[in-house]
Design a binder for this molecule. Structure first.
Ligand code: ADP
Length: 392
């Protein structure tokens, strides 16, 4: 087990494509870190550089106490699980899991009756190596609950079982770190959720440093001890799932994390008597006391108010902060309902309310805004979260 430390790691592909731009990241021993971001943000390249499958253009990667920039992939002591888990079809599950270890044996050559006759010492060592491999395969099979599948071939397994074997192959190696590249993408939605929970519990049992790449923010949030949100080869935020959701550093992170995504209203800050108001154009929302200190100096300037869908709900009447919206589409999802609505200036807003709430499509409704929990961002798609430093 080991920490993995990236320092100013950059990858420039031929044609001057800067896929990863001076990424620094300190992954702690036994930590489960998820790299997440839209397609093309550089997460796979980052992982592949840790694995040694891509050269590093500049910077340093350290696994444990060793700089691995110039260490071959097979000598990095890592195990990688890919989306396309590529089991050997003609081998049993047992053999698939044991294969890498069998290949790496020091005395494998003597593991036969002739070896016992010609070189009994080497034969005994070969036997011990084989026993150790057997122990590791059985141990991994127990962790994964696939003991009864060991003699099957991959074609007799379900997608989820195959994925488990691929993970088993990584576990038996007892590597310093696991690297996962979108390992669940080939599974159907229900299985993916099941495997997600399973990977989490496997990590708890195996306790190996893990770097996991996905484009699925929900997968990232549910799996990671920490989540690394990337865009355009740059890390935007590294934080716990709770913090990337509750304390996004900028508008990009806020928009990427959470479904349905956060609503962004562009407007201006104005002063009205003792109050600070966010003026959306047609709606005026009073800024909560906790946000006032930091926003005071921005009066008169354009600003973006970020409101999560669950921070909006039909107003009962008399609330101080409401948005007048027209309801376009109502999507009942059982336990909850998503309401697609809009103001004159912001035509595409989403509210998420509980399944009991009834609103009619086409109706004009007042939505109460939880101003304590909204965020304010500087203008622009990556605008900084201005309200992070506020008193909680
Ligand atoms: P992600 O995994 O986040 O989808 P990648 O790391 O695969 O992103 O790619 C990051 C960027 O590098 C993209 O712009 C992609 O087109 C580019 N890229 C990836 N692999 C290569 C390659 N072998 N040659 C040139 N450009 C590449």
């Amino acid at each position: 087990m080991a920490e993995v430390i990236l320092t100013d790691v950059t990858k420039i592909y031929p044609g001057n494509v800067k896929a990863v731009d001076a990424v620094s990241l300190h992954i702690k021993d036994r930590e489960f870190v998820v790299l997440v971001g839209p397609s093309g943000c550089g997460k796979s390249t980052t992982l592949r550089m840790v694995a040694g499958l891509e050269d590093i253009s500049s910077g340093e990667i350290r696994i444990g106490d060793r700089v691995v920039n110039n260490v071959a992939p097979k000598d990095r002591d890592i195990a990688m699980v890919f989306q396309n888990y590529a089991l050997y079809p003609h081998m049993t599950v047992y053999k698939n899991m044991a294969f890498g270890l069998l290949l790496r044996r020091k005395h494998g050559l003597w593991d036969n009756p002739l070896g016992a006759l010609v070189a009994p010492g080497a034969w005994r060592q070969a036997r011990d190596e084989r026993r150790e491999i057997d122990r590791r395969v059985m141990h991994a099979a127990d962790i994964l609950g696939i003991r009864e599948l060991l003699q099957r071939r991959p074609k007799a397994l379900s997608g989820g079982q195959r994925q488990r074997v691929a993970v088993g192959r990584a576990i038996v190696r007892q590597p310093k770190a696991f690297l996962f590249d979108e390992p669940l993408s080939n599974l159907d939605a229900k299985l993916r959720i099941g495997m997600r929970a399973e990977l989490k519990s496997i990590h708890r049992r195996v306790q190996t440093t893990t770097i996991y790449v996905t484009h699925d923010q929900e997968e990232a949030m549910t799996l990671g001890d920490r989540v690394v949100v990337m865009k355009d080869g740059i890390i935007h935020q590294v934080a716990s799932p709770y913090d990337v959701y509750e304390r996004p550093v900028n508008r990009f992170v806020a928009s990427f994390v959470g479904t349905p995504p956060m609503n962004f209203l562009e407007g201006n800050l104005v002063r009205e008597g003792a109050q600070l108001i966010f003026d959306e154009g047609d709606n005026r929302l009073p800024v909560a006391a906790r946000h006032r200190a930091v926003l005071e100096r921005l009066v008169g300037q354009p600003i973006v108010c970020g409101i999560r869908p669950e921070m909006l709900r039909p107003a009962g009447g008399g609330e101080a902060a409401t948005l007048r919206v027209k309801v376009n589409v109502v999507e009942p999802l059982g336990d909850r309902t998503d309401i697609y609505c809009g103001t004159a200036r912001h035509a595409q807003l989403i509210c998420r309310v509980d399944g009991q709430t009834r609103v009619d499509e086409g109706a004009a409704v007042s939505m109460q805004v939880d101003m304590e929990r909204v965020h304010f961002f500087a203008p622009g798609t990556d605008g900084r979260n201005l309200t992070l430093g506020d008193a909680a």
